[in-house]
Ligand binder design. Structure first.
Ligand SMILES: [Cu+2]
Length: 138
């Protein structure tokens, strides 16, 4: 009995660590930057839809060094998709990997966009050969 309680507590602690670390940080202010490509002061949100094994957009554009929320909708019944962001088109240099969701369903992903402007890459990991596009950071 005591062991069960301990196990449950341990599980709860682990879940908290997993959940708490991925929760959006309550950053009071965005560090200011006066250089070119100044980050936006507000958060940015984008909508991405997966439908019939394709993304509804070929490009996702966000400002650099900004909190980005991706509202992802998977409309494919029974098929898992995600949106994952990488530095290169061959999926190296992970920027943010969204969790897979089974369609139909929606999920919000929140992450910080890269500090460096550039043309990066997004894809659905299970279908990376054809569900892919450009992740443009300005
Ligand atoms: Cu997919």
């Amino acid at each position: 009995m005591r062991q069960t309680v301990f196990t449950l507590l341990l599980l709860a602690a682990l879940l908290c660590v997993a959940g708490c670390t991925s929760a959006p940080a309550t950053t009071p202010t965005v560090p200011n930057a006066t250089a070119a490509g100044t980050p936006s002061n507000g958060d940015v949100s984008v909508r991405v839809v997966a439908d019939q094994m394709a993304f509804g957009t070929a490009e996702i554009t966000v400002p650099r060094d900004t909190n980005v929320t991706v509202h992802f909708e998977n409309r494919d019944d029974g098929i898992p998709h995600n949106v994952a962001f990488y530095r290169t088109a061959d999926a190296r240099g992970e920027i943010y990997v969204g969790q897979l969701i089974q369609g139909p369903g929606t999920v919000d992903y929140t992450f910080r966009s890269p500090a460096e402007p550039g043309t990066y890459h997004f894809q659905c990991d299970p279908h990376a050969s054809f569900m892919r596009g450009l992740f443009i950071v300005t």
